[in-house]
Design a protein around this ligand. Structure first.
Ligand SMILES: Cc1cc2nc3c(=O)[nH]c(=O)nc-3n(C[C@H](O)[C@H](O)[C@H](O)COP(=O)(O)OP(=O)(O)OC[C@H]3O[C@@H](n4cnc5c(N)ncnc54)[C@H](O)[C@@H]3O)c2cc1C
Length: 533
């Protein structure tokens, strides 16, 4: 294993929070190494709803979180414009939404510092013709669509520029502690080779999201996480140009987010014992479609490409002596920095839990402020001042970005590997050069390969051939792994046109290419034995 054997701080978890913590530490001159058990942003950060919150969703239920969201919304637009599509958002009152909530909403937004501008219904329906014509009031808020993978990559790139390192497929499996209880090292396992190593450190930050309770247990700490599983449906086209939220207390199926060429309806919220439970049930799909009908009548007949779920990193604050919550939705989305030294004598160990993807930078700042004091570092946080490097810099994302890029390179389709998402061979080569050994599923995260309407049926064989031609290891296993993961996401929504598409895909893969038993292949497969960053 090629990792450094000693650093100041080990960061556990390569989602948005961990990447933000790594960048903040590095910018303050602290030597740091991030360890992620899978691919970067393959946890909740890569399985969320895609919304840069304005905070308006939480103005009543969670005002602290609402204020954090609007402040960070402004910061991210400044430091990471290219990861954001400034779609704007509407809060709309359907006939099923409560009058008193509608009455209180403008004042609650004003109190949280969120601009909520009333919209004439004629203007709303002109802009969003598919919305329910029985909507009786609407407000415009600064919601937006946010691309998580580019945001995480940009934070890691910035951290590396400042001297930090980040390693994928490295799971932390144990802690070493001194006789006085302080953390002195972590034990790490290379998930691809099985090799193990110790990394000495002065401090550890667990940014393991919904898995933070499991990581804390490895150090002998107790952390009561309450993972909230949320399921979402991806449709094959955008049904609105802006984010649309129900004007009601947070519930199921009440937000529609346009993301690149598709749109995502979500979410459910079910407390689950295991954050790895990403299984979407048919009942959840039915409930989402039923609720979605209130926003877009006829949405149940639209083509669903895929269902997926993520685990909210919710912290059960009854742990802090606060009131116990029966429902996942009642738990605050605000974040908590937990110092296991002052709490249970495990010096040098912090967990950062709760929060939203929108507030990842603030979560990182609060964590690093605490860690810096213990390390005797007094440099201030600069992450809100310095823009992130590519791919997050530039102008805000717009839907025509990729087509414009392709045309600027001469147009045509000779180099196209994925027609749905306009991924060229050059883009794949670049991603492989940047990231080293990668599975097709890893490439999907960095490039959106296979995420469009065909869900990989046509582009995956081409991409696998490309991997093979580059000698990138297990292209066939990677192909099986990718398709198994795609099939997992379509099982609960296999009807109508999408079922026909599945038959076609199965025919191509099983019949023509004889790619084996797709459904039984483990989802996360990558080349074995290659060094990876
Ligand atoms: C359904 C749903 C919808 C959401 N929608 C939104 C939204 O629209 N907008 C928004 O702002 N927020 C949203 N959120 C919340 C947001 O997604 C999360 O708060 C955020 O992504 C959490 O990021 P994180 O980095 O803390 O956790 P994660 O992204 O989960 O990262 C933690 C990482 O730790 C790794 N890890 C775990 N154990 C180990 C170990 N032992 N060793 C090494 N690595 C380990 C995991 O693999 C994982 O990658 C949503 C959440 C859910 C579930």
């Amino acid at each position: 294993m090629n990792a450094p054997t000693e650093v100041d701080v080990v960061v556990i978890g390569g989602g948005a929070t961990g990447a933000g913590v790594l960048r903040d530490l590095a910018m303050r001159g602290v030597s740091a190494l991030l360890l992620e058990r899978g691919d970067f942003a393959s946890g909740t950060s890569g399985r969320y709803h895609g919304l840069l919150h304005s905070g308006a969703r939480y103005v009543e239920s969670d005002p602290i979180s609402a204020r954090h969201c609007i402040e960070e919304n402004a910061v991210l637009r400044r430091i990471a414009p290219a990861t954001i599509e400034p779609t704007g958002g509407y809060f709309v009152a359907t006939p099923d939404d409560p009058d008193d909530y509608l009455d209180r909403f403008p004042a609650a937004c004003a109190a949280a510092g969120i601009e909520a501008e009333p919209v004439q219904l004629d203007d709303l329906f002109r802009a969003e013709p598919l919305l329910n014509r029985e909507i009786r009031a609407a407000y415009r808020v600064p919601d937006a669509s946010l691309e998580p993978w580019e945001l995480v990559d940009a934070n890691l790139a910035s951290a590396r520029e400042h001297g930090a390192e980040a390693w994928r497929y490295r799971a932390v499996i144990g802690f070493e502690r001194s006789t006085d209880g302080a953390v002195t090292a972590v034990r790490v396992r290379d998930e691809r080779s099985g090799e193990e190593a110790m990394i000495a450190c002065r401090a550890v930050v667990s940014a393991a999201g919904a898995w933070a309770g499991k990581v804390a247990a490895l150090a002998g700490a107790a952390l009561a996480m309450s993972p909230g599983k949320g399921s979402m449906l991806i449709f094959n086209r955008r049904m609105t140009t802006a984010v649309v939220n129900r004007l009601a207390p947070p519930g199921d199926g009440d937000i529609l987010v346009p993301v690149h060429t598709v749109c995502i309806l979500g979410t459910t919220d079910i407390t689950v014992p295991d954050p790895d439970d990403a299984h979407v049930t048919r009942d959840e799909v039915d409930a989402l479609l039923r609720d979605g009908e209130r926003l877009v009548p006829g949405i149940s007949n639209a083509r669903v490409l895929r269902a997926y779920a993520g685990s909210r990193p919710l912290y059960d604050t009854s742990d802090l002596g606060e009131q116990q919550h029966d429902e996942s939705r009642e738990i605050s989305r605000a974040h908590h920095v937990i110092d296991h030294g002052s709490r249970e004598g495990i010096n040098g160990f912090w967990s950062i839990v709760g929060g939203k993807l929108t507030t990842y930078r603030l979560m990182a700042r609060d964590t690093v402020d605490a860690v810096a004091v213990s390390l005797g570092v007094d440099s201030p946080c600069r992450t809100a001042d310095e823009p992130l490097p590519p791919p997050a810099t530039g102008t805000p994302y717009w839907l025509g970005d990729r087509l414009a890029g392709l045309e600027a390179e001469g147009g045509g389709n000779a180099e196209l590997v994925c027609e749905c998402e306009l991924v060229t061979q050059r883009r794949l080569d670049h991603a492989l050069d940047e990231r080293g050994d990668s599975s097709l599923d890893d490439l999907r995260r960095t490039t959106r390969l296979g995420m469009g309407p065909c869900q990989g049926a046509f582009c995956m064989p081409r991409a696998a051939a490309l991997l093979d031609a580059r000698g990138e290891g297990a292209a066939n296993a990677s192909l099986r792994g990718f398709m198994a993961e795609r099939f997992r996401g379509t099982r609960s929504i296999a009807w109508g046109d999408q079922l026909a598409e599945l038959w076609l895909t199965a025919g191509i893969f099983r019949g023509t290419l004889a790619v084996g038993d797709l459904a039984d292949t483990p989802p996360r497969v990558s080349g074995v034995g290659h060094a990876a960053r």
